[in-house]
Design a protein around this ligand. Structure first.
Ligand code: MSP
Length: 642
């Protein structure tokens, strides 16, 4: 059977800093949707990646003393490690420095130019470098960038422009005909009132003030505006304008661009207009989710309020983090992160509800039926209530996920878990056991095991690791799809369960909060201590790499055709070494013979003016003269200097 394609994307992440829990929000949500759709029979393509060009990257790389490519390579390693840790199941990772992407962006510019959508003109505007966005004076908030609140600078350039204004009416018409395109609805009004109604201005789509970007094919002094470069990733990744475009043919237009609310504007105004200009169909939906807040502020590196996802995942487990992000924050709105909320949520849902249900059930099957799931007998009205709930949940969850609401989906799945826990209290299996009512006890155990199977199957897209562990405990394979949760009664009697360890361990919230506070305090004081040190300090291990020793000059002569160089033969313990030094202007060769110098012994050999040099003689210099360094007393050659 041909599966229906489903194309879902995250924004591509800026490679300009480290990554925090806020960044994980978009990606984890998309991952849950992608996994859900796969299990629900779709042919899913999930794309994520990194946004690696632009002035900001160039500036940060300069500051770090590395090339922009080295800089983005490092962040690429970091983010892919993060996604691995969080079990993100993307089908492709695109980097905007990938050659195929850069070439296709050039083709896109050529196409826009050929269609008359690009022209050259002078531009003056207020530019926010961190956001890579131009603003008009009236859009500024207190003279600062309306998105991030940081200062803007006036920039004037001769540039290429995209005729965005030409698409204003077509955009409005498209929104009207596709009221679901911008979601949630409130964001649609925001776009129309704040951006479209005041009138769309043509968009400056090239830059000359820096060069870390895609060079324009028709004018190599200019690089592509990072947002055009970045937005294009959604189609270049599929092979658009490339030899192999099978994926583009299959998956475009995208079913869902999931983005944070601050970048809805780029995705619902600029991106559709560019696609119209390229004569391509528009994505079906752009969803602008809310922010993960820390205190009252967006969690962001520049605000210094970030929470490290690696730390949390190592301490509480990946699924506790995934679950928190997916369950806690009402979808579409902002939601606050606090350590307490994470711990309380983990204890309540994962430890108490899910963990308890699984451990109680597997323990009872182990105790009462030697670890084998018993065959059920006649179902009672009470059993049927649970059976109906289980069989109805997939449809409910599907509806929740169609509305992209992971919190609602999880709430519905946990209704099975909570109902099953209550069922244990209602049926009191320990009493049935005492009464020797094995027949009823068997049915109760079977119903519980099936409830767990239903819940674990539905939880697979959300808490990936835990659901697999639950299937191990149930003694059956983890299912690939939802086909076996339409009907109750799939588990085979006689299947051996494995009780094993608890799924989650209860957290002592008060104690843990204190421990986290102490850790944060320690980190802060370590950071402060680091900040008071000059940044060029090295530690003792760095110094230990340099091997210094004394050496006696056996002979010294000028290097041919050089005013500066002297060639030395040095006695270094038992060894004789040749070293070239640039001190000919300060010392006569014959003066040097018999002197003791200090030598850098483990320098890689080099050829200087064709003469091999094995080390370096230490000298002191004051800009006018140079003197060699010598031990205060004669100590012999080859002695360590430290
Ligand atoms: N590079 C652009 C996107 C280009 S897409 C063609 C970008 N990158 S980003 O790294 O700043 O953001 C990536 C995603 O992380 C965005 O969806 C953004 O909203 C999200 N988040 C970053 N901080 C966040 C929170 N504190 N909370 C929730 N999501 C946040 O924008």
């Amino acid at each position: 059977m041909n599966k229906k394609p489903y194309y879902i994307t995250t924004p591509i992440y800026y490679s300009s800093g480290s990554f925090h829990l806020g960044h994980c929000y978009t990606t984890v949500i998309c991952d849950a949707i992608a996994r859900f759709k796969r299990m629900d029979g779709y042919d899913v393509f999930y794309l994520t990646g990194t946004d690696e060009h632009g002035q900001k990257v160039q500036q940060r790389a300069e500051k770090a003393g590395v090339t922009p490519k080295q800089f983005v390579d490092r962040l690429y390693e970091q983010i892919t490690a993060l996604w691995k840790k969080l079990d993100i199941s993307y089908d492709k990772f695109i980097r905007t420095t990938d050659e195929y992407h850069e070439k296709t962006v050039q083709k896109i510019y050529e196409k826009l130019l050929a269609n008359g959508d690009i022209y050259k003109s002078e531009y003056e505007g207020m530019y926010c470098t961190p956001c890579e966005a131009f603003w008009t004076e009236s859009q500024l908030k207190d003279g600062k960038c309306p998105d991030c609140g940081r200062p803007v600078t006036k920039q004037k350039e001769e540039n290429y422009f995209f005729r965005l204004s030409k698409y204003q009416n077509r955009l409005i018409k498209f929104y009207q005909e596709n009221p679901e395109f911008i979601s949630p609805r409130s964001r649609m009004n925001e776009m129309i009132n704040n951006f479209i109604k005041p009138g769309l201005k043509d968009l400056c789509i090239s830059r000359t003030t820096f060069d870390w970007g895609v060079k324009l094919p028709f004018d190599s002094k200019h690089v592509a505006y990072v947002w055009v470069d970045a937005l294009s990733n959604y189609i270049t990744a599929l092979g658009y304008l490339q030899d192999d475009h099978a994926k583009f043919d299959k998956y475009w237009p995208a079913d869902l661009h999931m983005v944070g609310k601050e970048i809805v504007r780029f995705h619902t105004v600029i991106w559709p207009a560019l696609l119209m200009a390229l004569d391509l169909p528009l994505p079906k939906k752009v969803y602008g989710h809310g922010w993960l807040l820390f205190g009252d502020d967006k969690m962001s590196k520049s605000k210094g309020n970030v929470v490290d996802p690696f730390f949390l995942a190592d301490r509480y487990g990946v699924d506790a983090i995934r679950y928190f992000l997916l369950r806690e924050i009402p979808f579409g709105s902002d939601g606050a992160y606090t350590n307490e909320a994470l711990l309380v949520r983990t204890n309540a849902d994962l430890v108490n509800d899910l963990g308890n249900l699984v451990s109680r059930t597997t323990a009872m099957i182990t105790q009462y039926f030697e670890g084998r799931i018993p065959a059920p007998n006649a179902y009672t009205q009470l059993d049927k209530e649970l059976i109906t709930l289980c069989e109805a949940t997939l449809d409910k969850v599907r509806k929740d996920m169609d509305g992209l609401s992971a919190p609602d989906a999880l709430t519905d799945i946990f209704k099975i878990v909570q109902r099953a826990n209550k069922y244990i209290d209602e049926t009191t299996p320990w009493t049935l056991n005492k009464q020797g009512n094995t027949e009823r006890l068997a049915t109760v155990m079977y119903v519980l095991a099936e409830c767990i199977r239903f819940a674990a199957t539905l939880l697979k897209p959300f808490i990936t690791e835990t659901s697999n562990v639950i299937f191990e405990k149930l003694g059956v394979n983890s299912p690939e799809d939802f086909s076996e949760i339409t009907k109750f009664g799939v588990l085979k009697a006689g299947t051996k369960v494995n009780k094993g360890a608890n799924l989650f361990n209860r957290i002592d919230v008060e104690k843990e909060l204190k421990a986290l506070d102490e850790l944060a305090e320690k980190q802060n004081s370590d950071k402060n201590a680091e900040q008071t040190l000059p940044s060029d300090l090295i530690d003792i291990n760095d110094f230990a790499k340099v091997k210094l020793c004394t050496a006696k000059v056996l002979s010294c002569e000028k290097v041919a055709k050089s005013d500066k160089l002297l060639a030395f033969k040095l006695q270094v313990g038992d060894e004789v070494r040749q070293v070239v030094s640039g001190i000919a202007q300060y010392y006569q060769p014959e003066y040097m013979v018999g002197k003791t110098v200090v030598l850098v012994k483990n320098l890689k050999p080099a050829k200087i003016r064709g003469v091999e040099s094995n080390g370096m003689i230490l000298c002191a210099a004051d800009g006018k003269t140079v003197v060699f360094v010598t031990p205060e007393k004669d100590i012999g050659s080859g002695k360590e200097v430290r």
